[in-house]
Design a protein around this ligand. Structure first.
Ligand code: 0RA
Length: 665
């Protein structure tokens, strides 16, 4: 497929040039504002590139043509994604007047134009198309096996280096696409891929698509892992519930109506929390939507019907099992395929298609009743568990009522130790939840009181993973947080009512601090989850070191930064970094030569108000980590591992992730 050939097929050079100019404009737009297409240009954006290409290979699998994806991270941090799909078409595209392959690789949103009647990950919500990856790559190379021939094209920052070439033939039936690329250093701040991060999405995809083998190789790290789950969603649910003590074997439901396949696995465990993950075309719909509503409606109705019919609830008893009672201890994965999904909500992760509700409801209703009829002992176990939940819910309601009568949860009666801000426009206000009274004191003095509120909390709050709602509500620190934030709790929580646009957790940079931060995050995740999905939760980043030279002061947030500052003073090669690395918390190191003093902060409380403001609280200069639920499944797993009953997985997790343990969330 060469340009000359294109011209022979009736395309004038001027038409061709006009198309090319549009392509260049498109690529330029992507390079100018990359964050608009891939979220950011840090580590997340970098990993997004791989996901984008992999999603295209997954679409081929959804269409029924691909059974294997191999991702290779090369030593130079370039990446190859190889599949066994149909191969990207190479014939002349009628509108663009050039090889379809070139169009897919260079024209924004071209992927979706080809076959409409399919379920797509790419081109949908996250799907921006491989052309975006191409535009943001120093170089890209694509190889297609199709029609018995091997085709190839190469690009530089999205621009083809030449026409599509035929470079060989192959004998077998092995059609497919192989895309290699290297992220552009001019665009990305991060350059290194993390095996675990890439593995996480590949594992998820392998669970969701039971016939696919996903292989990940990292040639830089010497790691390789193959993901293949013949049990699909059943294996996924077992994995999510590993540490919870399941009550029975997973229940599996499968069906299809109106071209909408529905697949669900669910299981009840001994835990109190709910753990439901929903997907549409392999995209994690964090905000739920019509598929989830249909599922819940059917679950509640089917279990209630069964319970009455089989005398598990007496006709004249006062108990009715509500939707909430069926949430306790439920782990489920819901996966639907929708031809033209509509995504709504704040993060566009809520399925809006109305018809999907009744499709899921009907399928679950039918298949679950059948299952219950055939598995009476499991049915009884689940209904017993839900009856206990109903009783506990009633007790919690009474407790809440009691606390509410004392006005403890109500934002009309703010907690005494809250130093509130003076303006009351939530969008511009932020609250620092600070560990300890002494740090709280410094923060109160150092803050900008117009828009920054401070709530000091005492040491370790309750571990909410292990407690019931009525216990949680009795805890003073939790009451203070609930009423300060002012948006309710649990089922009644409404993040729109939050009195602050940013909830910032500020804890010491030591082991206790990170424990407290995890407890706080667990609480927010379980009982104010929408705050996290809405992107309102942050983690403050106080410095670890102060380096003083005469009157000048420098702050370092980690060891690397500290060493960079020392290097600027030309102190390298003299073993100063090693000495500094041995610095104990709360100690100082005096470096004779130039009157340089390095101190390592023990806690926030050691900083004076001015230091705390300038290093950690001033919006102009601070850095904060935004907490997100990019993969709710992964976050939940982390919480479960760190907070649940099983000790061994927790130990293993902490050893593996050491200092990142709390930041991966
Ligand atoms: C457009 C149309 C068709 C397949 C693809 C694109 C395709 C894209 C990628 C990206 C990575 N692997 C891929 N595999 C296929 C449909 C092809 C047909 O109808 O034969």
């Amino acid at each position: 497929m060469t340009k000359e050939k294109n011209n022979k097929s009736g395309i004038t050079p001027s038409e061709y040039n006009a198309k090319s100019i549009n392509v260049l404009k498109g690529l330029e737009a992507v390079r100018k504002r990359p964050a608009m297409y891939i979220g950011d240009v840090g580590s997340r954006g970098l990993h997004h590139l791989i996901n984008e290409v992999v999603d295209n290979s997954i679409d081929e699998a959804l269409a029924g043509y691909n059974d294997r994806v191999i991702v290779t991270i090369h030593k130079d941090q370039s990446v190859t994604v190889e599949d066994r799909g149909r191969g990207i078409p190479v014939d002349i595209h009628p509108e663009e007047k050039k090889s379809a392959l070139e169009v897919v690789m260079t024209v924004l949103h071209a992927g979706g134009k080809f076959d409409k009647n399919s379920y797509k990950v790419s081109g949908g919500l996250h799907g921006v198309g491989v052309s975006v990856v191409n535009a943001l790559s120093e170089w890209m190379k694509v190889e297609v096996r199709r029609n018995g021939k091997i085709y190839m094209q190469e690009y530089q920052r999205g621009v083809p280096k030449g026409a599509v070439k035929q470079i060989g033939t192959y004998n077998s039936e092995n059609t497919g696409t192989k895309i290699s690329f290297k992220a552009d250093k001019e665009i990305f701040k991060a350059t290194k891929y993390h095996f675990d991060t890439v593995a996480e999405r590949m594992r998820e995809l392998a669970y969701l698509n039971k016939d696919i083998t996903m292989i990940l190789r990292d040639e830089a790290e010497g790691l390789e892992e193959t993901f293949r789950f013949k049990g699909g969603l059943i294996d996924f649910v077992k994995y999510l519930d590993e540490q919870r003590g399941p009550l029975h074997k997973p229940i599996y439901i499968e069906g299809e109506k109106e071209n909408t396949p529905v697949e669900i696995a669910l299981e009840y465990s001994n835990s109190y929390s709910e753990n439901v993950h929903t997907y549409v075309n392999n995209i994690n719909t964090i905000e739920g939507g019509t598929h989830l509503v249909g599922f819940r409606t059917a679950l509640t109705r089917t279990f209630n019907n069964y319970a009455y019919k089989n005398g598990l609830i007496k006709e004249n008893s006062k108990i009715t099992l509500s939707g909430d009672d069926f949430k306790e201890g439920l782990t489920a994965v819901i996966s639907v395929k929708v031809m033209e999904p509509q995504f709504e909500g704040q993060t566009k992760t809520k399925l809006g298609n109305g018809e999907v509700k009744s499709i899921v409801e009907t399928i679950v209703g039918e298949k679950l009743s059948e299952y219950l009829e055939e598995n009476a002992s499991v049915a009884k176990k689940i209904i017993d568990k839900c009856m206990r939940a109903a009783e506990a819910r009633e007790a919690a309601r009474k407790a809440r009522e009691l606390v509410r009568r004392k006005n403890a949860l109500d934002s009309m009666h703010l907690p005494g130790k809250l130093a509130d801000c003076s303006i009351n426009d939530p969008e511009h206000c932020e609250i620092y939840i600070v560990e300890g009274d002494s740090a709280g004191g410094s923060a109160k003095m150092g803050r900008d009181r117009r828009f920054q509120a401070i709530l000091p909390i005492k040491g370790k709050i309750l571990n909410v993973e292990k407690a019931k709602l009525n216990k949680i509500l009795e805890n003073q620190e939790i009451q203070a947080m609930v009423s300060a934030i002012g948006a309710g709790i649990g089922d009644e929580f409404d993040s729109e009512k939050s009195r602050y646009g940013k909830i910032i957790l500020m804890t010491d940079a030591d082991v206790d601090g990170s424990h407290i931060r995890t407890l706080l995050l667990t609480f927010l995740y379980r009982h104010m989850k929408d705050l996290i999905t809405a992107g309102k939760v942050y983690i403050a980043q106080p410095p670890l070191y102060k380096i003083k030279k005469g009157k000048e002061e420098f702050y370092a947030f980690d060891d690397d930064e500290r060493d960079k500052i020392l290097k600027r003073f030309k102190l390298d090669g003299k073993g100063k970094e090693e000495k500094a690395a041995e610095l104990q918390e709360g100690t100082e190191l005096e470096i004779g030569v130039k009157g340089i003093v390095i101190s390592r902060y023990k806690g926030l409380g050691e900083m004076n108000p001015e230091q705390l403001w300038s290093t950690t609280m001033n919006p102009e200069t601070r850095t904060m980590l935004q907490v997100n639920l990019d993969s709710a499944a992964a976050a939940d797993k982390i919480f479960e591992t760190l907070m649940g009953d099983a000790v061994e997985p927790r130990r293993a997790f902490i050893e593996k992730h050491a200092k990142y343990a709390n930041l991966d969330i």
